[in-house]
Design a protein around this ligand. Structure first.
Ligand code: SF4
Ligand code: MSK
Length: 672
């Protein structure tokens, strides 16, 4: 057992700290404290334990060790990493499959409560694949698109079609290297086959298939999920939202939705406004229903409907600790089993809804899109019925929340840079070319209780902003920045480099753009592709001065995301621990796998994956890469304070005001 940490070592978020004190008062554990007790296995953690067959598990502890079958450390590490990537790709892609089936059902009038909200996006996406759009009803187009997308999962040969949206040069590279995914399910199955005992045992060869498997996620299943979610629920555009536990309201029935898929949560949003349901809540003594989100379900309904986010991954238990949550409704991914036993200390009901996810002790109300609205109302009634069971003495809601502006889809970025008639990425490319913007960092991914919650995310974000790096965020990283007030438009600009600040003021954007959930990392691929197509920054993604970071990663999906970004040409840096680190004293010609996914993949794809635990080194590596790419493009070297003198004078006056007054002056927001 490691030693108990100080509060700030658990989380940098004051709301989380308040709830951790509460957990201690109540004598209950959380992931934060369980992480203290659960010392990670230094063999498995380093990727050197193989459990692939009944002759093992084989734990390799020193140079030259091999498993019973003779497998080397490198082979075992490559197999373990590939299996993790396959699991991550499977999770994202299965989410995409569900969305494609929902599109099909909606197009055929079989999905109660759903309709096609973004016809323009439907037509744009369909026409990319040659689906006829002129003179056809949206439902007909949607039916054809759904059929095409559903077919991608079971396709056996050929090329998955969303990848045709990558830059032309990149497509050519994938063909040459034979990594263009043939079918989404096929690549995941083959990854499991190849890593079975006695199959593929050349680490580089195994890892090349890991690339193909990851591409099937980023340019396959995840891209399908993003497209369909936009078509069904609307393409995000900026709106005002809030984040942190203070969004939970004492006088309301609080329902927290948690997980990833927007199909049920969007219906919950509709149902929570239904007059009959609101009356039902009032009859139970509540003033209304407060919906809030956790994790990426939060991002989905925050960026489209403005539903507040109660928090990111490590807030899931903390929300229950408020004692004011009537129901936590979960779907898939990132849901801790500990929720059920924690909820037993309160009145909170944990409600599982996916046919794929049950948790012992939870209430299961299975979701079915054919009667989505009816089921959403049923769930809300269960929550409302539970309101009278709340124990007021146990209620402790932190009064901490922050405003934020999410919803920067790539479509909106196009629009905001150029307007309706000349929507374009030209101003962004020009700002990078001139050096006003030094480069772009995509800071994404999870929380991990092994490090202080949000610390790595926000440290890296704040330092890069000072150096004129535009930051885009998704997933739990986006919520971390939102909770800190970094997504608040002009009010967040005082800590930003002068060149970036000038661009943000001119365009009217925050310096940190919320791009969506973790499945929406595909939006980043699309932004990078559009930057290439706009011209002036090379002819492929690997030439753009951009870096991807996941400072607090924990899920297998994060590894899949990293790998598809690398295969798309990006430099990706992960914080925390490396799953392929090997033993600390390992010197061999070794760390072959770590070197291969860095130097080896860079030779092949122009992108590389590295694990760097020190945030300062992460920042240095990011800036060095951006500057290297600028130099390779022949762009002027970035100079601090070269730009910014033309900044908005009103903003400069406002800068001296305290944050609350600044916000009131800009948005007319109340202090609450
Ligand atoms: Fe051990 Fe080889 Fe079996 Fe892995 S596959 S558990 S290394 S015998
Ligand atoms: S929810 S995968 S903890 S980002 Fe997407 Fe957050 Fe990571 Fe889950």
């Amino acid at each position: 057992m490691t030693k108990k940490r100080e509060l700030h070592e658990y989380s940098t978020d004051p709301a989380a700290q308040e709830m951790l004190i509460r957990a201690e008062e109540l004598g209950v554990s959380t992931a934060f404290t369980r992480a203290d007790k659960m010392v990670p296995c230094n063999i498995g953690g380093a990727g050197m334990c193989c459990k692939q067959c009944g002759m093992g598990p084989c734990r390799l502890t020193k140079e030259g060790d091999v498993g019973v079958c003779g497998a080397t450390i490198d082979t075992i590490q490559a197999r373990n990493l590939t299996r993790a990537i396959a699991a991550g790709a499977a999770a994202h892609s299965d989410h995409g499959r569900d969305m494609a089936f929902l599109l099909k059902a909606t197009a055929n009038g079989q999905a109660e409560g759903y309709w096609l909200r973004d016809i323009a996006k439907l037509r744009i996406v369909a026409s990319k694949y040659g689906i006829p759009i002129e003179g056809r009803a949206p439902e007909e187009i949607a039916n054809d698109l759904a059929d095409l997308y559903i077919a991608q999962f079971g396709q056996q040969t050929g090329e998955v079609v969303p990848a045709t949206r990558a830059p032309k040069k990149r497509q050519q590279l994938w063909r040459e290297l034979k990594v263009w995914p043939r079918g989404i399910d096929r690549e995941v199955v083959e990854a499991l086959h190849r890593t079975h005992i006695g199959d593929d045992q050349d680490p580089e060869h195994i890892l090349l298939h890991a690339v193909r498997t990851a591409l099937t996620d980023g340019w396959g299943g995840s891209m399908i999920a993003t497209d369909v979610s936009d078509i069904l629920f609307g393409t995000p555009a900026p709106l005002l939202g809030q984040a942190n536990l203070g969004v939970i309201k004492e006088n309301m029935v609080n329902v927290v939705v948690h997980g990833h898929q927007p199909n049920l949560s969007e219906m919950m949003v509709v149902a929570a406004q239904d007059p009959e349901i609101l009356e039902y809540a009032r009859a139970a003594g509540a003033e209304g229903i407060q919906l809030a989100g956790i994790c990426c379900t939060a991002n989905e309904i925050l960026m489209r409907q403005g539903i507040p986010a109660a928090g990111n991954f490590l807030h899931q238990e903390l929300a229950i600790l408020t004692g004011a949550v009537e129901a936590m409704v979960v779907d898939v991914q990132c849901i801790m089993q500990a929720l059920v036993s924690l909820a037993q200390n309160f009145h909170t009901k944990i409600i599982t809804t996916s046919p794929k996810v049950k948790i012992t002790g939870a209430t299961h109300i299975e979701f079915d899109e054919h009667k989505g609205l009816t089921i959403a109302k049923q769930i809300l009634k269960v929550a409302i019925d539970n309101f009278t069971n709340r124990q007021p003495a146990k209620v402790r809601i932190p009064r901490i929340k922050e405003d934020l502006i999410p919803g920067f889809s790539h479509e909106y970025i196009n629009y905001m840079l150029g307007g309706s008639y000349r929507a374009s990425f030209r101003p962004l490319n020009d700002a990078i070319i001139s050096g006003r913007i030094r480069g772009v960092a995509a800071i994404v991914g999870c929380n991990n209780p092994r490090s202080s919650q949000d610390y790595l995310h926000n440290t890296v974000v704040k330092e890069l902003l000072k150096k004129d790096v535009l930051v885009v965020q998704t997933g739990c990283g986006a919520i971390a920045a939102g909770k800190l007030g970094l997504m608040l438009g002009e009010a967040g600009l005082s800590e930003v480099g002068s060149g970036l600040r000038e661009v943000c003021e001119t365009v009217g954007i925050p310096p940190v753009l919320h791009l969506g959930s973790c499945v929406d990392n595909t939006r980043i691929l699309t932004v990078l592709t559009q930057m290439v197509e706009e011209g002036g920054l090379g002819d492929d993604i690997d030439q753009i001065p951009a870096v991807g970071l996941a400072p607090e990663w924990m899920s297998e999906k994060a590894l899949a995301i990293a790998t598809y970004c690398v295969a798309s040409g990006a430099y990706v840096i992960f914080g925390g621990s490396s799953p392929i680190s090997g033993m600390p004293d390992r010197v061999h010609d070794s760390d072959k796998v770590a070197r291969y996914i860095s130097e080896g993949w860079e030779k092949l794809f122009g992108g590389k994956l590295e694990f760097i635990s020190d945030p300062q080194k992460m920042i240095e590596a990011t800036l060095a890469h951006i500057d290297k790419k600028r130099a390779a493009l022949g762009l002027p070297a970035w100079e601090e304070n070269k730009f910014g003198r033309s900044g908005d004078s009103r903003m400069q006056q406002l800068e001296s005001l305290p944050l609350e007054q600044k916000r009131q002056a800009i948005y007319g927001l109340a202090a609450d």
